[in-house]
Unconditional design. Sequence first.
Length: 202
Amino acid sequence: MLTEDSRLAALKAAGLTQEGIQLYLDTVNAPSRNPDSRGINVRGKYPSPKVGKAIAFESRTIELPMMLDLEFNDKVKEYLDQLAPVSVTWLHNGRRYTSTIRADFLVLTTSEVVVNEGATEAEMLEKSAKHPDRYVRLEKEGYWDDLAASERFKQLGMRYVIRTERSLDYTFTRNAQFLSAYLQVDEIPPGPSRTLREALDS
């Protein structure tokens, strides 16, 4: 768990601009989100030992596996749920458009700050069909990109990543989905981290 001084030092070392640092700190100080349940997804909160507070998730199929991956990744110093709003702009047929995004996780690693957005392959295909000049699949790298978001966060000294089910380890995802039963909706369960760690390390 980072102190204010160690967090600020890490953000500067990661190469964030002053605007990027302020965005990160705004996210740190923002109230926790109240996750929404959508369809078959189950919302909940996970009491993160790494962060020292409850982290909310809105999807057990994408966000929960992403969150557990961050929790047990030794290169991750801190991760925050739903960063502060960021405006992005892009051109379509010669016209400029602007939208506001709130990505799922803001991640401070040992070397950089990464903005993680979770989505299903179906959602990305739909977005790409509507806005092919913004959402593209990078076949060589094997992942999707939001060109407008990537450019905006690059200006802040951050890297933007979209994670779908294709980028999540199958076994890890299966374990995370199974263990999500321990995470009570809108309730912090007593000490699940030990159970999760034992299962994921087995």
